[in-house]
Design a protein around this ligand. Structure first.
Ligand SMILES: [Zn+2]
Length: 376
């Protein structure tokens, strides 16, 4: 989930919004206004809409706090955090690596619901201190805001503890199974299967409620279930890949005999003689026997086709010093993460300043396919 609207940074983590969040923010504000109107018919429209809008803004802040708590634990345990994005169904903290041990996984998962619970009970406590009694209708706009935010944060804590991927409870369940059995793969399967079951349960309840007359509310539950099902499958695939590649190093899969071309070659010749014939997507560029850069379809497409005969490979290439590289001993999973983060299809493998080979997404995919076919 990439952020389409960037809001800035908190604790060094970029915070952003997905467009779908705007729709939900609008729906929340409108439904809050309706809720306040029904509960306090004496309030004027100005008071109602101001309260609804402020409540929605604080709700948004509470979601960010929840995600930031995941991010803070991840960072404290040495896992880099790329960003936090809010979308229609909540937030995601994008953490660049999987936890390496059960304890990290456990704290990273459970800190979110704890944060939401602390915020929720804290706000209800403040409301209570200001004279609100449990189950009564809050009498002032401030109390109405505190009470709604209090309940919604407690509900968020409870909902997130449902023990299925991708919810926080799924991570906690995975951590516990991992810790008990010492088997990360088995823990993943248990959490994914439970997530699948939970999602099916939501879909079934949603459909039953829809036909029982709950209308859109029922469809909404079914929609959340469908989303959970999809996300459970995605996290299962991702963790499956990490496990299949456990222990595999870049040196094991990299291509050692990379074709090189001369930097003085023009792009027209490069395309016709080297790429179109072989189906290669990128080649290394050498000058006087030294590798000086890399040229791929991406760089070639930057140059207008009419200029190809007059542009040399040396002018269009990306110089070696500008390239991101990996070492032969780097785990393949890390190389994949690096390619994913920077939207690259290949990385030069460099050791002591010398080019050893290339690793591409295609190589890793082939490895996975071979392993899958041999069932190993
Ligand atoms: Zn969470």
């Amino acid at each position: 989930m990439e952020a389409q609207i960037k809001l800035g940074r908190l604790l060094g983590v970029p915070i952003g919004l997905h467009y779908s969040w705007l729709i939900i923010a609008f729906l929340i504000t409108v439904s809050l206004a309706g809720h306040f109107q029904t509960a306090n018919p004496a309030w004027g429209p100005g008071v109602i809409w101001t309260t609804a809008l402020l409540t929605a803004v604080f709700f948004f802040a509470a979601l960010v706090a929840h995600e930031l708590s995941h991010a803070a634990v991840a960072r404290a345990r040495g896992l880099p955090v790329r960003s936090i994005t809010l979308f229609a169904l909540g937030g995601v903290a994008q953490i660049e690596k999987e936890a390496a041990d059960a304890k990290t996984e456990f704290w990273m998962g459970i800190v979110g619901p704890i944060t939401s619970a602390v915020i929720g009970f804290g706000l209800l406590g403040v409301a209570w201190g200001l004279g609100w009694t449990v189950m009564s209708t809050p009498a002032t706009p401030l109390l109405a805001m505190l009470v709604w935010l209090g309940y919604i944060n407690v509900s968020l804590a409870v909902f997130n503890m449902v023990p299925g991927f991708p919810l926080d409870g799924g991570r906690v369940l995975r951590a516990l199974v991992w810790w008990r059995t010492g088997d990360a793969g088995r823990a993943t399967r248990v959490a994914a299967r439970t997530g699948h079951g939970v999602a099916m349960f939501f879909i079934a309840i949603g459909i039953v409620r829809f036909f029982a007359g709950a209308g859109v509310g029922g469809l909404w539950i079914a929609f959340i279930g469908w989303f959970l099902l999809d996300a459970a499958r995605a996290s299962q695939v991702q963790l499956g890949i990490s496990e299949a590649l456990r222990g595999v190093r870049v040196a094991d899969v990299m291509e050692r005999n990379c074709p090189t071309v001369d930097g003085h070659l023009n792009l027209q010749t490069l395309a016709e003689e080297h790429l179109l014939r072989t189906g290669r997507r990128c080649v290394l560029v050498a000058e006087k026997g030294q590798v000086v850069g890399l040229i791929s379809l991406h760089e070639i497409k930057q140059v207008d086709r009419a200029r190809w005969p007059y542009t040399t490979v040396g002018d269009a290439m990306r110089p070696l010093e500008d390239l991101r590289t990996v070492a032969p001993a780097t785990p393949v999973v890390e190389a994949l993460e690096l390619m994913g983060r920077h939207d690259l299809n290949q990385l030069p493998v460099v050791s002591d300043g010398r080019l050893e080979g290339m690793i591409s997404r295609g190589h890793v995919l082939q490895l996975l396919q071979t392993r899958a076919e041999l069932n190993m």
